[in-house]
Design a protein around this ligand. Structure first.
Ligand SMILES: [Cu+2]
Length: 153
């Protein structure tokens, strides 16, 4: 008799844990852990990271925008000899059924022309546009660099 309410509470707790800030979904694509690194005053650009889980057919991320900067670019980091180089890409391919992780050292987003420093603990909306799935706006959480998920400074 007392078991049912307890079970319901346990399930609710589980659901709350799984869906954390920075998550959204559009069609078969799940956007997980959208985050940006905090910046210091005067820093003109900031980095953005997220995980794209594509449960459907091939798609591509074709544009990104956020109100925190003049523009938002998609970048790829690559080693050229022993120098880390960054270049802008037109789109990020999402192969069918694959997970693509945007993280320091690989694909990432750059908020170019920041209007104000990004402060840890704050969040802002970011709109992602996929060629097939369409547009979705996700909340981005600002984290201190190296706060568990990023590259060490
Ligand atoms: Cu970059």
């Amino acid at each position: 008799m007392h078991r049912k309410p307890f079970l319901a509470a346990a399930v609710l707790a589980l659901v709350t844990c799984v869906a954390h800030a920075g998550d959204a979904r559009i069609g078969a694509i799940a956007i997980e852990h959208a985050r940006a690194h905090a910046t210091v005053p005067g820093q003109p650009v900031g980095g953005g990271y997220l995980t794209l889980v594509n449960g459907g057919g091939a798609d591509r991320l074709v544009s990104v925008s956020a109100p925190v900067s003049k523009s938002t670019e998609m970048h790829m980091m690559k080693m050229k000899g022993d120098v880390m180089q960054m270049r802008q890409v037109e789109a990020i391919e999402l192969p069918a059924g694959k997970t693509v992780t945007l993280q320091p050292g690989g694909y990432h987003l750059m908020f170019v022309g920041l209007k104000a420093p990004l402060k840890a603990g704050e969040s802002f909306p970011m709109t992602l546009k996929f060629a097939k799935a369409g547009e979705v706006t996700v909340p981005v959480t600002v984290e201190a660099p190296g706060a568990g998920h990023g590259m060490k400074p």
